[in-house]
Design a protein around this ligand. Structure first.
Ligand code: ATP
Ligand code: MG
Length: 243
């Protein structure tokens, strides 16, 4: 189980996360929606302390990290338990698909290289890229690059995978294959926290949709409820624009 308590983040004078409380059950798929600039990316980044919150705490399993007194070792352990998939893939350009997937296992989990490469090959097969092990990112399509990005997160066997608009940088033709891989993970009950504008994915795959505005969770519930009968005016306005 993952628990965020009172998670608060400020940039200068503006409070970007205003005391976020959230419990994510194991195997739960949560989609976060909301207007631009509302703190969705910051929320994900604070979950694994890519961005350090000013207040609050993050619990993943038996590890609780307090914003105000997080030690370096705790943050590293938190990052081991939470994997991140970025909008722009963030692959190493000078490493092959296989090496990109193996890198974290070697550097963060201290696995010997042969073991990491074996795991990376298994993952490549699962993401449908067994034949691209030795390809460099520049020679892969956007969809293939993002599948490698997701493969890297899968390899880590993290408690939760955090996705920040994983299809937003993709040409439309590649969106479905990436969403398909995410659906496959959801079917395997990989715990996921996903920021996306793909409302179809939210409707079909999410157990819970969270609408954020102004650094707060305004409304949440099963997609059927939030989409068809939003309670808050702000949710209604937002959905009117995107649905
Ligand atoms: P979008 O849908 O456009 O991706 P978002 O909901 O992900 O938006 P965030 O990226 O979390 O929004 O940003 C929330 C607010 O925090 C914005 O006003 C943004 O300008 C500000 N912000 C984010 N990162 C920083 C930073 N490193 N320094 C200063 N301000 C920041
Ligand atoms: Mg964002």
């Amino acid at each position: 189980m993952i628990e965020l308590k009172g998670l608060t983040k400020r940039f200068g004078d503006s409070t970007v996360l205003d005391g976020i409380d959230l419990i994510i059950e194991r195997g739960e798929i949560i989609v976060v929606i909301g207007p631009s600039g509302t703190g969705k990316s910051t929320l994900l980044r604070c979950v694994n302390f890519l961005e350090r919150p000013e207040a609050g705490q993050v619990t993943v399993g038996d590890l609780t990290v307090e914003a105000t007194q997080a030690r370096k070792q705790e943050i590293l352990e938190l990052r081991r338990r939470t994997a991140f998939v970025f909008q722009n893939y963030a692959l190493f350009a000078n490493k092959t698909a296989l090496e990109n997937i193996a890198e974290g296992l070697i550097v963060i989990n201290s696995w010997p290289k042969p073991r990491a490469h074996r795991r990376a090959r298994e993952i490549l097969a699962r993401i449908g890229l067994a034949d691209k092990a030795d390809a460099y990112p520049a020679s892969l399509s956007g969809g293939q690059q993002q599948r490698v990005g997701i493969g890297r997160a899968m390899a880590a066997q993290a408690e939760v995978i955090l996705f920040d608009e994983p299809t937003s940088s993709l040409d439309p033709e590649w969106v479905e294959e990436v969403l398909g891989l995410m659906k496959q993970l959801a079917d395997e009950r990989q715990t996921m926290l996903v920021v996306t504008h793909e409302m179809g994915f939210a409707r079909d795959v999410a157990d819970r949709v969270i609408f954020m505005d102004g650094g707060r969770i305004v409304e949440q519930g099963p997609p059927a409820e939030v989409f068809s009968a939003p309670r808050d005016e702000r949710t209604r306005n937002f959905l009117r624009k995107v649905l």
